[in-house]
Design a binder for this molecule. Structure first.
Ligand code: LLP
Length: 414
């Protein structure tokens, strides 16, 4: 699907020239395509079939309107905090389809999850398991849990976003998992629901995902032989997308890989997809402030910065940068940088561009981990978010006002 495309040299999102959005809402500004979000969700849910619950990983993009869209399509949700739980509930998400991941759930968060009657807490350590058991017992409830195991497979991705290797902080080592299940099965306040795993993000090769699923399946079989009958296997997220010239897994191949590993198992499946559902559905619009030539390098200074989109600075991530209007002028290599006072504040390096002050650019594939990782660094207000559908556009989060940044602070001198 070609959500963002050129017509007569102007970049469109669906049927809207993006320039209209930039003029109406100002820059920087995030823009998401409803058609793309719907299409991605439906492709995955259809390929995976009715026995798989697609849970949207809220951390990728947690705007309430986006969550509501997924809720209406029947998605479940993968959350990692009380804040994400509250967002999903406010957006009309079904608590019975929420799984709660993360290594550091606080007692307050565990209580909130049990009160909301979510589907499953994915437990990351023995210490957390016993805390959950104590809290559930205290509340007179049984806590639905899965152990998140660490299958120790190399996902072949950036090491900051690899989570299924032995040295990472995530999950319970495979060799400790069976014992812990056996102990947990004895506890009256725990309901053993499944096994969970997640090995990393932006995976372009399906082999490690298949390997992890096979290891999870082996544990499931072992536990079944021990008399522990689990209801679901949560195989995590991590499916990569195309940022530049990668060939990411398509939903059918992904479904086939999981099917191969789990053949013959009737058990229900859960996946926790974030980036693959929203990544290519969003762009960040920005305007060129200045061109700058320091003798050996050209800089294109734009009004978006690392506080708006952190991925290039944090991971050296590549995002394509496209002009909103294609020009016939000759391009030259430039670093596209923001106004933040750090040398690491760049959106792209050495990109051929024919830009001049005032031009509009789109930073592509910014729908996942874009706004969600934004901050107020350098006291910059966070940008607005706009959802487009056909010819329509709708503001789903307005630009922050300056005074909102210090609204929670004391100003003793005044
Ligand atoms: N489930 C768990 C337990 C996770 O830790 C993650 C992501 C997901 C699901 C969703 O993974 P996805 O399908 O989006 O790959 N900020 C980084 C990505 C961090 C991902 C962390 N965990 C980035 O911008 O690339």
């Amino acid at each position: 699907m070609n959500t963002f495309h050129y017509r007569n040299h102007a970049l469109y999102g669906e049927d809207l020239p993006l320039q209209e959005i930039a003029e109406r809402y100002g820059t920087p500004c995030y823009v998401y395509s409803e058609a793309a979000l719907r299409e991605r969700y439906h492709s995955f849910s259809t390929a995976l079939g009715g026995n798989t619950q697609v849970c949207y990983a809220v951390k990728a993009n947690s705007n309430l309107s986006i969550l509501r869209l997924f809720a209406e399509m029947g998605a479940g949700f993968d959350i990692v905090s009380a804040g994400e739980l509250e967002r999903v509930l406010r957006a009309g998400g079904d608590a019975g389809k929420i799984v709660f991941s993360g290594v550091g759930k606080s007692s307050v968060e565990i209580r909130a999850a049990l009160n909301a009657a979510i589907s499953c807490l994915n437990v990351e350590s023995a210490a957390e398991l016993w805390r959950i058991a104590d809290i559930a017992a205290d509340m007179g409830k049984r806590a639905p849990v899965a152990l998140r195991v660490n299958p120790d497979v190399d996902p072949g991705t950036h090491h900051y976003i690899a989570t299924g290797l032995k040295e990472s902080k995530f999950g319970i080592p495979m060799e400790q998992a069976r014992d812990l299940y056996l102990q947990a099965a004895q506890h009256p306040a725990l309901e053993l629901k499944g096994i969970a795993c997640h090995i990393g993000s932006q995976l372009l090769d399906l082999t490690p995902l298949g390997e992890a699923a096979a290891r999870v399946r082996a544990l499931y079989d072992e536990l079944a032989a021990d008399g522990i009958a689990l209801q679901h296997l949560d195989l995590g997220g991590g499916v990569g997308i195309c940022y530049h010239d990668e060939t990411p897994p398509n939903p059918a191949d992904y479904a086939w890989t999981l099917e191969q590993a789990l053949q013959g198992l009737e058990v229900r499946r859960v996946v926790e997809l974030g980036r693959a559902l929203v990544g290519n559905a969003g762009v960040l619009l920005t305007r060129v402030e200045y061109l700058k030539d320091n003798g050996s390098k050209q800089f294109c200074v734009v009004d978006a910065a690392m506080n708006d989109l952190l991925r290039p600075a944090l991971y050296g991530a590549w995002h394509d940068i496209l002009p909103l209007h294609q020009s016939a002028e000759a391009t030259q290599p430039m670093d596209i940088v923001g106004p933040v006072c750090e040398s690491g504040d760049f959106l792209a390096k050495d990109r051929p561009l024919a830009a001049k002050a005032g031009d509009l650019l789109a930073v592509m594939s910014a729908g996942a981990y874009g706004f969600a990782m934004s901050s107020n660094y350098n006291s910059r207000p966070r940008p607005p978010e706009v959802l487009i559908g056909g010819h329509q556009h709708r503001l789903i989060r307005r630009r922050e006002r300056l005074d909102e940044q210090w609204a929670l602070e004391e100003n003793p001198g005044r």
